[in-house]
Each structure stands twice: as structure tokens, then as C-alpha cells.
Ligand binder design. Structure first.
Ligand SMILES: [Zn+2]
Length: 291
């Protein structure tokens, strides 16, 4: 009897090992087999997202605040990145562009895109002078513009559709598509922008939603979420931040539609891999949607 039990236990552990291997193998296989990787870098209260295309082109969207530029540079260095092909500053708030000057000083930059919105802060001026010192032109970007990251990733700018005085409302919203899968990066876009995008009849449907404005209650309307229909949501914010991000309201909405959620404040850096048909990650999404 004891012997039978032992044999069953050994067989079970062999099966379990095999399952884990298959899982890891499928991720590694997809990595070598032309995957896009999307890195939500943990920059505390801020945003910084890195995309590496299957043909090794790189796009960095934001670089956290002034104190996190170094973390972003170190993160890219560890991945042996020498050039940022496309650099995006979604809008002039410090928690998005604060680290950009440090990034610009440390890498070759291809295209540098920002919305047509100036801001009277030293942080914003630092970004302008870092770009100027490198003869880097800032491409004033708005909805309707399209570009490609390498040969495979299509990027469509969906917002802002008009000029606004408020920084958040000027956020660049970018939909990046690789074959059958797409990612929606929303910066700090708010309800007004969501309405604008819906009115513009853009195809908002995306598999992954980087939730707008760190999950604030002024973003992610139900109407917008129903248009995007994400399979996975990602929130970037600091643990116990003073803004109380993400809001209970946004979390309740994600829970209502059973959308698996990743959070940098709870899980640190988050990397999603996409082979154009499936999304993989070494981390599991959260199941408890609590502040
Ligand atoms: Zn922000």
C-alpha cells in the first residue's frame, strides 16, 4: 500500500515538473519566436512603459518622475538596449516626463514625440534642454497620426483629438498592434478624452489596457471600458500614494467585468510577452481587487 502511494507521488511530481517546463518552454519559445515584450516598469507614482518589438526596435513611453530616470536607464541597460527608436512623453506632468532628460542624456534616440503642450516647470524645461543639447527634434503629436515600431508593430495615436489647457487632457493615447493583439496606452487621459475617442469612431478594442491616470476616478468610464473590452488591465502607481490611486470606483468596474489586473504597486515591474496571438507573463494577475 505504502509502495503504491510512493509510486503515485513520484508520478505526480514528474507530471507537475513536466507541466512547469512546458509552461516555461512555451514562453521561451515565444520569446525566440518573434515576440513583442511590453515592460511596465515600476516607477512608483508615475508611468514608464518599454516596448521591444520582434525585430528588436524599442519604444519607451514616459520615464517616471525626476527621481526615477536612473531606474529606467538601469532597466534598459540590463536589457542591453543601446538605442530608443521611439521616445514618447505622453504629457508634461512630472510623474511622466521627469525622468526623460536623464534617459535622453544616456541613449541614442530616434523619434521623440510629445503633445503640443508646453508647461512652465523646471522639469519640462529640463526635457527641452536635454533634447536641444542632442539636436533632437520634438515631433508635436496628436490623434490621427500613425507610425511603426520596426517592421511589425503598428502604432496609432488616438488622443488628444483637440487642444486642451489641462495637462492630463493633452495625454497621448497610443494603440500598438502586433498581428491579432493590441495594447492601449492611455497616459493620464480622462473621461473627456475617452468621450472624444468614442466620438471619433476609433477602433478602441484592445487586449491590454494600461488603465488611464493610475486608476484615478476621473478616468475609465464604463462606456469606454466596454469599447476597449480588454482581456487584461494594468495599473501603474505607488503603494499607498497620496492620491488614493487606484480608486475604488475603477477597481469595482474592473471587478464587475472580471478583467484580470496587474499592478506595479503590488507586483513591481510587470512584463507581458505577445507572439501576436497570445499574451504570456511570468507573473499572475491579481485576483483580489482591493486598494
Ligand atoms: Zn500621471
Amino acid at each position: 500500500m505504502k509502495r503504491t502511494l510512493l509510486i503515485i507521488l513520484i508520478m505526480l511530481s514528474i507530471i507537475l515538473c513536466a507541466c512547469t517546463q512546458t509552461n516555461e518552454e512555451s514562453i521561451n519559445c515565444s520569446l525566440s519566436d518573434n515576440s513583442l515584450s511590453v515592460h511596465f516598469i515600476d516607477v512608483a507614482q508615475g508611468d514608464s512603459t518599454l516596448l521591444i518589438s520582434p525585430d528588436n526596435k524599442t519604444m519607451l513611453i514616459d520615464a517616471g518622475d525626476n527621481s526615477h530616470g536612473k531606474k529606467v536607464v538601469n532597466y534598459l541597460n540590463k536589457l542591453n538596449i543601446k538605442k530608443i527608436d521611439i521616445l514618447i512623453g505622453t504629457h508634461p506632468d512630472a510623474d511622466h516626463i521627469g525622468g526623460l532628460d536623464y534617459v535622453i542624456n544616456h541613449f541614442d534616440i530616434g523619434l521623440f514625440c510629445m503633445p503640443n503642450k508646453a508647461h512652465n516647470t523646471n522639469t519640462f524645461k529640463d526635457v527641452l534642454s536635454a533634447a536641444k543639447n542632442k539636436n533632437l527634434k520634438i515631433h508635436k503629436t496628436k490623434s490621427g497620426m500613425n507610425f511603426s515600431l520596426g517592421k511589425f508593430i503598428k502604432c496609432n495615436v488616438l488622443s488628444p483629438t483637440k487642444n486642451y489647457d489641462n495637462n492630463n487632457l493633452c495625454s497621448l493615447v497610443i494603440k500598438s498592434t502586433y498581428k491579432n493583439k493590441s495594447f492601449l496606452f492611455t497616459g493620464d487621459a480622462e473621461f473627456q478624452n475617452e468621450q472624444d475617442m468614442i466620438k471619433s469612431n476609433y477602433n478602441l478594442e484592445s487586449d491590454i489596457l494600461k488603465v488611464g491616470h493610475h486608476g484615478s476616478s476621473s478616468s475609465t468610464s464604463e462606456n469606454f471600458l466596454l469599447k476597449v473590452k480588454p482581456d487584461i488591465a494594468v495599473i501603474s502607481c505607488k503603494c499607498n500614494n497620496k492620491y488614493h490611486h487606484p480608486s475604488e470606483k475603477t477597481l469595482a468596474l474592473l471587478r464587475k467585468y472580471n478583467i484580470p489586473l496587474y499592478r506595479t504597486d503590488k507586483q513591481g515591474d510587470i512584463v507581458l510577452f505577445c507572439d501576436g496571438y497570445k499574451i504570456f507573463s511570468y507573473k499572475k494577475p491579481l485576483t483580489i481587487y482591493r486598494r
